[in-house]
Design a binder for this molecule. Sequence first.
Ligand code: FE2
Length: 259
Amino acid sequence: MNILFIGDIFGKAGRKIVADHVADLARARAADLVIANCENAAAGFGVTPRLVEEFLALGIDVLTSGNHIWDRKEIIEYFPKEPRLLRPANYPGGPGRGGYVGRPRSGVEYGVLNLQGRVFMANTDCPFRTADRELETLPASCKIRFVDMHAEATSEKQAMGWYLDGRATAVVGTHTHVPTADERILPKGTAYITDVGMTGPYDSVIGVTKETILSRFLTQMPAHFDAAEGDVWLAAVLVQADPETGQALGIERIRLRGD
Ligand SMILES: [Fe+2]
């Protein structure tokens, strides 16, 4: 079973490269399941119901998110209507869920779990204990278990990889928007990468226009963050897994340049 995971889709530029390439990429890589992190899809901040529907219509099966998920007020009411949109499971309250169980085109049952780190981030519930609880609720028949660990600190993401080794098919990191080159299969069969990287404009500082961020660093004054547009890349990983055991067989980084 091949699982394609697309890293943080940022703003209009990120949405366009996904719209242009996701179907071809999924076909070329024989992806049975496509997951994407969409928390920065709406101009860098959150996601709207309309954008969620556009992503699902492109063939993305499940959407994960993170700390920006509550940025657009309209998403709060939308959550009960769309179980394929996840927010981190360890938020102490709020609508929506952090886990989803489905069956893709190939018919293999799968679970997706979205977690958020606590180091240099909001004070959510413990992501490790939440992972224990959420994995426990998955049916035993569900062997494919994919985890998006949305976190700032590389240490916290690595720790989650080790914590879930042998219990998840893959633990992939998101949020920092910079792809890391440490993809590997951990000893008990979990595919791991610290950060998949941003799908969006790299002529930027993690997606935002360079000028805005530089002025912020130089003056420490508040500034309106505008999404950048240039040098657009799609960042993803392809995880190959054994549907019988749920163990990962491979993980490959994919980087694709926009037109
Ligand atoms: Fe984030």
